[in-house]
Each structure stands twice: as C-alpha cells, then as structure tokens.
Design a binder for this molecule. Sequence first.
Ligand code: SF4
Length: 458
Amino acid sequence: MQPQEIFTKQVQQKIADKEFRQRLTPVLNYFEENRLEGIQEFSNLELARQRAAYTRWKVNENLDKYLVDFEGSIIRRGGKVVWAFDAQNALAEIDAIIKRTQAKKIVKSKSGISNEIGLLAHLKGKGNGVVETDIADYILDITGNKSYHPIAPAISLKADELAKTLNKKIKSSLEADKQELVSDIRAEIRSKFFEADIGITGANFLIADSGSVAISENQGNARLSFAFAKTHIVLASIDKILPTINDLELFFSLYATHSTGQYLATYNTITGPIYREDMEGPSEFIVILLDNGRSNLLATQDQRQALTCIDCGACSNVCPVFKMIGGNDTYQSSQGGPIGQVYGPFQQGFSEHQFLSNASTNCGKCSDVCPVKIDLHNHLLRNRHEGILQGIEKTSEKLAWYTWKKFMMSRKTLNRPASIKNFTFKQFYKDDWGEKREFPKIADKSFNQLWREKHGLN
Ligand code: SF4
C-alpha cells in the first residue's frame, strides 16, 4: 500500500474514533496552556524569537562552515565525528562501533533521530542487548507502539492497557497509579546504566565553537546513559548546530517554554569528549552526524528555513489537523505535525509524500507559535507548488480543476439550476471530499439571479 493510502486509512479510523480524540485533545490543549504560561517568563518574547530565528538562519546559510567548525572542535578535544549520508550509513557505523568495542550492553536515551533511522529495531534485530532508558520510549518499546508526539511519545496509550503490559513485563501492580508505574520502570532501568558498555543519546544542539553537545531533558536519562559507559555515541542530525555556547541561554529557555511550559528543563547537560584532567566519563566520544534528506531541503532557497526547527512540538499542539488525526505515526513520515509535513516530501520524496502538504487547513496557527518563526503554513503552500512543478498531481485532480475553471468562467453554466450544479460537483469531487463530511450544497439561486432580483432587472 502507498503511504498516502495508509495515511488516508488511518485518518479515517482516527477521525471516527471519538474516544481517541476525547482522550488526546485535552492533553494537547494542556501542552498549549503550559506554553502560554511558560512564555510569560520572557520580558520580550518577540525579540527572543527574532534573535533565535536570526541565529538559526545564520547557521543554515553557512551550515557547511559551522559543521566543519564543529567537527574540528570535537577532534581537538579528542572525539570523533562520523558523517552519515542516510539511515543505512548511520546504522552501519553504529554496528561497526559495537563490533570494534565488543559491547554487550547498550543503553539508549530519547532521540528523535534514533526513531527516524529505526535504531532500536535494528539493534534488537542484530541480537544486541539494548535498553530504552526514557520512560515513554521504554513503554513504546514494550507495547510495540510508535511515538505519538515529539515531547510526549506515549501519551496516546490507555492507562489500563499499559498497566496490564507492565504487569506482565516488570511485575508492577495492576492497581498501580501513574506515579507508581513510573517508579517501577525507573527501578527496572536503573541498574542498566551501571552495566552499559555504550550509551547512545540524541542532542538538542551541537555547539560549533566549543565542540559540545547540549541535551535538554526532564528525566535525567540521557545524562545517566553516558555517565558510566565506556563509549558515548551521540546521534544527531546536521541541522542541530548553534554557533557558540552562549547561544544556549536563549535556546534552552525557548525550547523549554515552548515544549513543556517550563522556564528551563530539569536537566540541561553540556557534554563532549572528556578532558585529560577529567577523572571520569566515557573514554570514547563519537558524534554521528546524519543528513538523511536534509541536504535536499538545504538546497532549496525558499524551504530551507524548515531546518531551523528546534523540535519543541508547539506547532503540533495547536494544529487542528494533528488534533484530529495525530500523532506522528499517522503521517507516514519520520516526523508528524506541521514541521513533519514540510520535511516529509523532501526527505522521502515528493512522488510518495506530497500528500502531506495538502493535509493542512493552512490556518497559520503553527507559524504563530513557532519559537524560531518558521513560516510553516506558507512552506506547505510552497510544497504544494513544488509538487505541481514536479508534475505530481493526480489526473483526476487536474481534470477537476480544469472543469472548475471552465465552470466558473462561464456565465451560462453558472446560471444553470442548482440541482444540475450539485449533481455535477458531486460527480467530480465526492471522492476527495470524503465520506465523513457533508457535501456542500450550492445555493438555489445564482448570484446573477439574485442581483437581477435585487435591482428589479427581471
Ligand atoms: S517548527 Fe517551530 S513550533 Fe514546530 S517543532 Fe519546530 S521549532 Fe517547534
């Protein structure tokens, strides 16, 4: 089945699932309320957003230079940077590190990139002992579900079903409340940190001047994942660069306020290769820099702004479409929500993923809330334009627009009886309109007729 067919099928299921929406919409609204509260911390939010947008724009326009600067800084500190063109490259590199270090135990913290390249399934498929240390990702792993939301991946799961799964897996009580379940998972995971040979983390930001990796989190699992391991692998995409360590002051707080409404996340870690005088820490530090289609986006003049995203998830929380059809798994793309819709066609090809550009009301709410001022809704329009330039329009769609134009340009046709117009429209558009929406009815009287009546011209 093509991605668009799977998408349409899932959308139909989710829209019809009232219980699902009643459970999820309040959670997304809660995130948005938190953001509204969190941004009160800024004395001038607009200025902060402008500064952030400018910094990220500057990085984007000079990404080749900043990436090389970052690599140089890491190497000077004794670490290593590996460039991965795509998911296969990145996975092969991780396999090679595991083989070379003869690692038996691996811990992994939350990372959108690891989901993007299917790291967990790959490592498990190769027989590696790997444990997800983020509570939500741990839950997704044992339940076999996919991430729903960048900040809260497991919020779509039902509490009672989760309790049953955890009861089987880690013997937690069936009567346990959320807090108790979290404590049980933590107890289960904790010992794994001490035993790990390799710790794999993501990165919120890569700092070019200092050769550092910055991670913002609320559970402290990323920090623990590499604290006791001999090798720390950082899996990050090429668009995570910030020029200097001073930029973190702004970006840590923008990220926290826009993702969870906190002024700062609970744990903000700045790490990198250990210094000679350091008494502890991983002896080996490797950053895998993943492209995976981002260069396609960078190559465009108009759309590359999407690479300035800091993955806060705020655009998804306010998106009326995401609320109806979320989450990430529905979109058939590595990322869901408005930013995933802009990314998807460039990353996975317009021919199969152009449909993502159309799954939007273009209300503009996503652009309004974005902390780095990404013009998301207009990028979706540009994607649609790009799709047309690439000739990825269905023949039925072309025919429908041709007919519409002919119809609208002809006074004679416009003045035909409403019954004929309604019948004709239904023939052309009913499939695309879908079963769940009532097809709009054309007014009984044409504009021409109303005008004539008003001015007594009949
Ligand atoms: S596009 Fe903007 S609002 Fe959406 S996740 Fe990225 S930074 Fe956040």
